[in-house]
Design a protein around this ligand. Structure first.
Ligand code: ATP
Length: 442
């Protein structure tokens, strides 16, 4: 499959199967904004749950918070975003299209020849809004373009209530908004997206060790959600190109169909953020180290993850188009699509399928029972082959088929494996345990 062909296929599959589609579609859509349908949100929530479990519930040195999307404008002034969260905008004098100067699309101007570009000018990527009834400068603020500032502003408060000592981290996941000049590549570059990140506070001098520790933990996580090692690589930003606050920035790139691109990043933000907020707010944001009797601004290592970019990578990794695997159904001439999601991420874990409608009452009893343990679907419409295909396409790991023998003979069902298509007869009384071994609890 051609690489970009794969992105197109994935995009149309995502819409057809109700995973992800354009926002405001009935009005022609809104550029760079997507909605997650029933299966899409289940997949995304499973990824987020796993992240929270791994990094917040699974660690003693990290606590979770949810800070707000709207914050005082002063936050964005102190952080440097109001003055400096800029992209370089250029415009073609012939076709009037606007581009991000360092990310020009390939190809010629639609009016013919090369684009004729204006000098770059700074374009601030934050969405402006107003708080309260006065719609003037005094009431202006922004939708947050990152979650980090909430964690810096809450640092003292959170440290005190959670009775933590350094090193410790604050984690959160949440929506961010960036008015990107050019949105593209499906979920990769959008205007509304989620970030999952940790601000890890350490004693100055311990930052490099913490950076390496988080790089390892971050990489382990992206492998855990099913990305292959060969599709991941590091990009260490050269010192000259670093943001003013950063001592080191490293991206973990993923091999997307449109090239190796940043999936997640790690930054050593030094003590820049706490110092800036202390200075601007007049509040003491230093840490008192009881062991050494010193007061200092902690350094911060920040591992950050774009949830939507990860959802896209997980889908690309799981998506497979195959020649027909079965010869017995009327669908046998069509290509098959299978989503090989890890079971922990699959939106639906099990589908219960009565062979024919007459068996529905008995099959429903099994469905009702399994539903107490996992997200399960019941499907009685269409041929059994079609129903298997439907479940393969949404990545359901197991299908349970109820047939005449189930009722009349052996009290067994057929359990079909999505990836191997292997079928096993399992006693109804042992079904839950069988599935529990394969799926774990949800
Ligand atoms: P890029 O260079 O690709 O614009 P960035 O370096 O500005 O990204 P960060 O500010 O580090 O990104 O944002 C943290 C994470 O948020 C990134 O690692 C990425 O996964 C995600 N992200 C950033 N911008 C977008 C976007 N427009 N759409 C989707 N995810 C994004």
């Amino acid at each position: 499959m051609e690489k970009n062909d794969k992105l197109e296929k994935v995009t149309s599959w995502a819409k057809r199967r109700g995973f992800i589609f354009q926002s405001s579609e009935i009005y022609g859509g809104l550029g760079g904004v997507y909605d997650f349908g029933p299966y899409g949100i289940a997949l995304k929530n499973n990824i987020k749950k796993l992240w929270w479990k791994t990094f917040v519930e699974g660690r003693e040195d990290v606590v979770g918070i949810e800070s707000s999307i709207l914050m005082s404008r002063k936050v964005w002034q102190a952080s440097g975003h109001e003055g400096g969260f800029n992209d370089e905008l250029v415009e073609c004098k012939k076709c009037n299209q606007r581009f991000k100067a360092d990310d020009m699309p390939e190809g010629k101007c639609i009016k013919g020849g090369e684009h004729e570009l204006t000098e770059p000018k700074a374009f601030n990527g934050m969405f402006k809004t107003y708080v309260g009834v006065n719609q003037d400068e005094s009431a202006q603020t922004y939708l947050r373009p990152e979650t980090a500032q909430g964690m810096f502003c809450d640092f003292k408060q959170v440290m005190e209530v959670s009775r933590k000592k350094l090193p410790f981290g604050i984690a959160q996941m949440g929506k961010c908004f960036r008015n990107e000049i050019n949105t593209k590549d499906f979920l990769f570059r959008v205007r509304e997206f989620e970030i999952a990140e940790i601000e890890y506070f350490i004693k100055p001098g311990e930052d490099e060790k913490a950076f390496d520790m988080w790089l390892e933990a971050w990489e382990k996580f992206v492998l855990l959600v099913g990305l292959k090692k060969e599709n991941l690589r590091h990009y260490d930003h050269p010192k000259e190109g670093l943001s003013h606050y950063s001592k080191r920035t490293l991206d973990i790139q993923y091999n997307y169909p449109f090239g190796w691109k940043e999936l997640t990043g790690l930054a050593n933000r030094t003590d820049f953020d706490l110092k800036s907020h202390a200075e601007a707010s007049g509040k003491d944001l230093q840490y008192f180290d009881a062991e050494t009797n010193e007061k200092y601004f902690p350094f911060v290592v920040e591992p950050t993850l774009g949830v939507d970019r990860l959802v896209l990578a997980v889908i690309l990794e799981a998506f497979e188009e195959l020649e027909p695997r079965t010869e017995t159904t009327e669908a046998a001439t069509e290509k098959e699509i299978v989503l090989h999601f890890p079971a922990s991420l699959a939106p639906v874990k099990v589908a219960v399928l009565p062979l024919i409608k007459k068996l529905s009452t008995d099959a429903r009893k099994i469905y009702d029972d399994l539903k107490t343990c996992w997200p399960v679907e019941f499907d009685e419409s269409g041929s059994i082959g079609r129903r298997y295909r439907r479940q393969d396409e949404i990545g359901t790991p197991y299908c349970v088929t109820v047939d005449f023998d189930t009722i009349e003979k052996d009290q067994c069902v057929t359990v079909r494996d999505r990836d191997t298509m292997k079928q096993e007869r399992i006693k109804i009384s042992e079904l839950k345990n069988f599935l529990f071994d394969k799926l774990g609890s949800f």
